[in-house]
Design a protein around this ligand. Structure first.
Ligand SMILES: Nc1ncnc2c1ncn2[C@@H]1O[C@H](COP(=O)(O)OP(=O)(O)OP(=O)(O)O)[C@@H](O)[C@H]1O
Length: 647
């Protein structure tokens, strides 16, 4: 990812995906067509999943951690829609254990018949054994097929829910990097699916088999059974100690691995920058140190996991040896027949098998449990904002009034306030420009208006209703933001404009014409509106991306249109064309729109109805261009003259 091949083109490099070979090398694969990424991205466009749990939750209700029993409770809840399949699989599991029991019993009689040389009885018993074996195999097959299907569906549901939740609300309190989140959405959720499958397909049947065989050996010889059970506390102690350590090491390993994934994703995303600044070695050294920690944590985890089976086996060996000694005593005193001992030993063998199975499977279950804990924590902790319940009836495409009343906001409890007592009113249909120096709090104000976060103190009203009282979807339908970096999904231009809304080609073209995008789309893009834009819109220029981003907002007919530095990548001519088109549109429109735009280039704000100047998180000036220019020593006048002085 970091080596620059001579002659490679700059633009397509941005859309390049990579394959990691078994040797750990990275191989370029050409333009990004990864089905996974594509799948996720298209889901972003198409999602319509009811996220009921979020709509009933407020920040205060969100727990910071997910306890173990809650993880299992949630996993059980996820199996609810598949009760029928699981019941049927359970029936097969029970049947399989019962067939095994009959096998064990038949085996005792068969060995007696063999010892007695009774050929007729041997033939008959052997055919019964074969029948029992075939029925057991068939029951296991039915169980495995049903569970495989069900667990795949459950895994798919968790992933869908996770992606939907992350797209709708971000990564919540976890503050995950996108690389970590991608690992959660792919590897960790797969781990959860595998753990559920293992639990249902292996641990439960093993446990059932253990109970059936235990019942049988108690029935055959309580004394020998007691002998086995006496060693159980030793085994329990050994196992519990190892399990606790394994638990900790898995937790550490997964955390480190997620960090590693975030580093990798960061390096991939910034690979051009790394190449340009010859900083490949710097990136690799960061990766190497985390990779080393991951490796150590993995080795520790594998060692602990590998030690469980031998430790349990040693305990069992002690058990079997003591049991054999007691059986010899019992037979010599006539308390036990050799035929019963054969059955007993067969049952004990089938008792050991599930215990070993459980012991070796629990490592994977633990990993799945830990992944589930992390995934659920991200899903549950997602809304960093309180989600309103009030249903406001919106009149479509009508300009809105916005009131900010003494709004205070900071990004963290121990950080400085970024907005400090902001109070302002935007009347319906007004065109407001917000200007100010870098870091003044303009983008933060926009984030609050679009409810990416909520004020810590004070209120924001949309047509007289507190934003927090409104359903989030209503706010987002009503207020549409064109962000500064004009983000694009890796799909066609058309899909990037409609972004999940029903496709109306006429309206798409109209929106693109208004944003001055139609001409370049039809004349320069190879497949016009069907052209794939590449990863992050890498096949387009910055200005082209911004024009498509503006078209996307216009396609939505919002009551409030917010442009956050949305003209910054446009040349002066394009900016003027787009501005004029928007002004005309809004003036012509029977339902006027409120427009708020942030601009650094002050030439683009002079025709705004009002200009708001921000500084250090506060509004310091508010007025028209003429008013502000006339005011002596105004901050706006100073900014203007500084820009005009620039060569
Ligand atoms: N996600 C964040 N977490 C923590 N602090 C942030 C975050 N985003 C912005 N800030 C801080 O908030 C302050 C205001 O940032 P903001 O982006 O709102 O300013 P701005 O006026 O839009 O600046 P610019 O014109 O440079 O984009 C800055 O000091 C910035 O460091």
């Amino acid at each position: 990812a970091i080596v620059c091949h001579p002659g490679s083109r700059a633009a397509p490099v941005c859309g390049t995906s990579f394959r990691v070979s078994t040797s750990g090398r990275l191989h370029e694969r050409g333009l990004s067509n990864s089905s996974l990424l594509r799948g996720l991205q298209l889901q972003k466009v198409n999602f319509k999943i009811p996220l009921t749990c979020h709509h009933e939750k407020t920040t205060a209700e969100v727990s910071s951690d997910v306890q173990r029993w809650k993880v299992w409770q949630r996993l059980t809840y996820l199996t609810k829609p598949y009760h029928k399949e699981l019941l049927l699989a359970g029936f097969f599991t029970v049947a399989s254990s019962l067939f095994l029991l009959s096998l064990v019993r038949l085996f005792g009689s068969l060995t007696s018949a063999v010892a007695a040389g009774s050929l007729g009885a041997v033939g008959q018993l052997a055919s019964f054994c074969s029948l029992a074996l075939m029925l057991r195999v068939a029951a296991q097959f039915g169980q495995d097929v049903l569970l495989g299907r069900t667990c795949t569906a459950i895994e798919d549901n968790i992933r869908t829910h996770y992606v939907a939740s992350a797209i709708a609300y971000g990564f919540g309190q976890e503050r995950l990097e996108s690389g970590e989140a991608s690992i959660q959405a792919t590897v960790e959720i797969e781990r959860i699916g595998n753990a559920i499958l293992l639990f249902l397909r292996s641990i439960i049947p093993s446990f059932l088999q253990f109970l059936v065989m235990l019942g049988y050996i108690v029935y055959v010889s309580p004394l020998l059974t007691l002998c086995i059970l006496l060693t159980a506390p030793l085994m329990a102690f050994v196992y519990a100690t190892l399990e606790r350590r394994l638990d900790q090491s898995i937790r550490v390993m997964q955390k480190l691995f997620a960090r590693y994934a975030a580093f990798v994703s960061d390096s991939f995303r910034n690979r051009l920058l790394l190449q340009l600044y010859l900083a490949q070695e710097f990136a690799l050294s960061r990766l190497r140190s985390v990779a080393m920690d991951v490796r150590h944590a993995k080795i520790r985890m594998h060692t602990l996991r590998a030690s469980i089976v031998p430790a349990v086996s040693v305990c069992y060996a002690i058990t079997i040896l003591s049991m054999l000694y007691v059986s010899a005593v019992c037979i010599s005193r006539g308390y036990l027949e050799p035929k019963e001992l054969v059955s007993f030993l067969a049952a004990v063998a089938f008792l050991i098998e599930p215990v070993q199975g459980i012991a070796s499977g629990l490592g994977n279950i633990k990993e799945g449990e830990e992944s589930a804990r992390r995934v659920f924590r991200t899903i549950e902790g997602s809304p960093g904002i309180c989600l309103g319940k009030q249903k406001l009836q919106l009149r479509k495409s009508v300009a809105s009034r916005i009131d900010l009343m003494n709004v205070w906001f900071r990004y963290a409890a121990d950080a400085d306030y970024v907005l400090r007592g902001v109070t302002m009113t935007v009347k319906p249909g007004e065109r407001i420009a917000i200007v100010g120096g870098s870091g003044a709090g303009k983008s933060t104000l926009i984030a609050l208006l679009s409810r990416l976060c909520d004020p810590e103190k004070g209120n924001i009203y949309l047509d007289g209703v507190d934003l927090r009282e409104l359903p989030l979807a209503e706010v987002r339908q009503r207020i549409c933001v064109v962000p500064q970096d004009a983000p694009m999904l890796n799909c066609s231009v058309r899909e990037n404009v409609t972004f999940g809304l029903p496709t109306d080609d006429e309206k798409i073209e109209q929106s693109c014409r208004l944003a001055n995008a139609h001409d370049f789309i039809v004349s320069t893009l190879p497949n016009a509106y069907d052209t794939e834009v590449g990863e992050g819109g890498s096949n387009l220029s910055g200005g082209q991306r911004q024009r498509i981003a503006i078209s996307r907002a216009l396609y939505r007919d919002p009551g409030v249109l917010i442009l956050d530095e949305a003209y910054s990548a446009l040349d002066a001519e394009s900016e003027s064309l787009v501005q004029t088109a928007l002004r005309e549109l809004f003036e012509r429109s029977p339902c006027p729109r409120t427009t708020i735009f942030i601009a650094h280039r002050l030439a683009s704000v002079r025709y705004a109805d009002r200009i708001i100047v921000m500084e250090n998180g506060q509004i310091v000036e508010d007025g028209t261009h003429e008013e502000l220019v006339r005011t002596a020593n105004s901050r706006y006048g100073m900014l203007l003259s500084m820009q005009q002085r620039k060569p």
